[in-house]
Design a protein around this ligand. Structure first.
Ligand code: ADP
Length: 453
């Protein structure tokens, strides 16, 4: 797994854990608030109920004392009436603390005022009765002012309970709003968590499962190709071996004949043509043999630029004839563990293909650059030997079969160059890669493990 992918996966998982923790926190908060609200509502309900009940009881108490005084107008009964009245007054004052809303405070003040006026009324009536010596008469027939004051106090008591209940419904609706907001937050967080989960699944699928599937398909195709090649190689090796011996004999006989013929004579031209074809046949047979029985590399530690330099020297005369400029880019000193002869062979093959693609007049650039590459056992430093050309590029239909043995687009090609090159590079623990653009050119790269001293 590369660093970027690891980083993205870790970041995503962290974000998901964070969202999960947030959801847990919000849910805990949600439950706490709900419990608090429930108990507050219960408390309010019982408070409202007890307030109206207490008020009614006390008011009834005052009224009962007055009744008793009317029927039995003794000083003791009058005092009891006054005590009940004062007790209700101080109860009203004490409610100040329990009732905090403006509305409740207003009602309490009104109750206070109404009860005061009720008491004043009753006291005035009693005073009038005492002075006119008609003690009972006046209090026995309650004045409309006293009755009104009493009713007003009683109504106010109901209003106070209703105001308290109002507060309850206000708290309830506030709490409902808060809970709704909490619910929306939880749902949004869950949605976010779901989205991140989907992103994580997609990332895992795209960056981890898909490459594995591709690698599996590739290795299946490779195994199949190897099997085919093994069978084909065996056959080719047998045939090539049989052809090589007679070819050597023909070549030797031709050499003797050539010596007997005059240069420029038609016979000599024919012999030259036969000789050229024999050389071609020899090349094909040698390619076959090498393909069928690849030699094991003999490793030494060698500098990358030396490999490029030698390949360039070998190809320079041919490139000059085709007016192809060969550039060797300067590079930092880098060592590779390789079989110099085999690597040179691969480089020459790539240069030859580049030259074939250019035809006449163009440029081939050779360079070595340092990089890092993962070969299944983690990231490791590599050197990439590159051959860039300004040729025709490789069209998509050719790309598909580029490394197939015997696949060629050339009249005199064997189609074995790239498959042999790829196999040699693989035996070096490396890889052969390419980038191409039709009508712009191609860059082949030989990736070799770098030796760092
Ligand atoms: P051969 O050179 O005998 O055809 P190769 O295996 O070396 O066999 O190459 C196979 C085919 O790949 C070539 O016929 C050619 O079509 C294509 N090819 C290889 N190298 C290049 C290149 N640098 N530019 C364009 N086409 C290329």
């Amino acid at each position: 797994m590369n660093f970027g992918l690891k980083f993205r996966l870790t970041a995503l998982v962290l974000v998901m854990v964070l969202i999960g923790a947030l959801i847990a926190l919000v849910t805990i908060n949600f439950e706490r608030q709900e419990a608090e609200l429930r108990s507050r509502l219960n408390q309010l309900e019982s408070e409202s109920y007890s307030i109206s009940e207490q008020f009614k009881d006390r008011l009834r108490g005052v009224s009962d004392r007055l009744m008793r005084y009317r029927t039995e107008p003794t000083e003791a009964n009058w005092r009891e009436f006054l005590i009940a009245g004062h007790s209700l007054e101080s109860w009203i004052d004490s409610q100040d603390k329990a009732h905090n809303t403006k509305h409740e405070q207003d009602i309490l003040q009104q109750i206070d005022a109404a009860f005061d006026s009720y008491l004043d009324n009753v006291q005035a009536l009693r005073a009038a009765s005492v002075s006119s010596a008609e003690t009972n008469n006046l209090l026995l027939v309650p004045s409309s002012a006293t009755t009104q004051a009493y009713r007003r106090v009683s109504d106010m008591g109901q209003e106070l309970a209703a105001a308290h209940l109002d507060l309850q419904s206000q708290i309830l609706s506030n709490a409902q709003n808060a809970l709704l907001q909490l619910r929306v937050s939880v749902l949004s967080l869950l949605g976010l968590l779901f989205l991140f989960g989907v992103a994580l699944a997609m990332m895992v699928y795209r960056d981890m499962i898909t490459p594995l599937q591709i690698r599996l398909l590739e290795s299946e195709a490779l195994a199949e190709r190897r099997e085919k090649l093994a069978a084909l190689g065996l056959l080719a090796a047998g045939v090539a071996h049989e052809i090589r011996n007679p070819l050597t004999a023909i070549k030797a006989a031709l050499f003797i004949q050539k010596k007997k013929l005059l240069a420029g004579s038609p016979e000599r031209d024919d012999v030259d043509a036969v000789e050229r074809e024999i050389v071609r046949l020899e090349r094909i047979v040698n390619d076959f043999l090498q393909f069928a029985r690849p030699a094991e590399p003999e490793f030494t530690v060698i500098s990358a630029d030396l490999l490029l330099l030698e390949a360039r020297m070998f190809c320079a005369p041919q490139m000059e004839r085709s007016n192809i400029e060969m550039i060797l880019e300067p590079c930092e000193p880098m060592q590779v563990r390789a079989d110099p002869a085999q690597c040179k062979q691969v480089l020459i093959n790539l240069i030859q293909n580049a030259a074939d693609s250019i035809g006449q007049n163009g440029k081939i650039t050779l360079r070595a650059r340092a990089d890092r590459k993962s070969f299944g056992n983690g990231d490791q430093p590599v050197v990439i030997l590159e051959v860039s050309d300004t040729g025709k590029g490789i069209p998509p239909e050719v790309r598909k079969r580029l490394f197939d043995p015997f696949f060629t687009t050339k009249d005199n090609g064997t189609g074995l160059g790239l498959s042999i090159a790829a196999r040699i590079v693989q035996k070096h623990g490396g890889e052969l890669q390419y980038q191409t653009e039709v009508n712009r050119g191609t860059t082949f790269g030989i990736i070799l493990p770098r030796i760092i001293e």
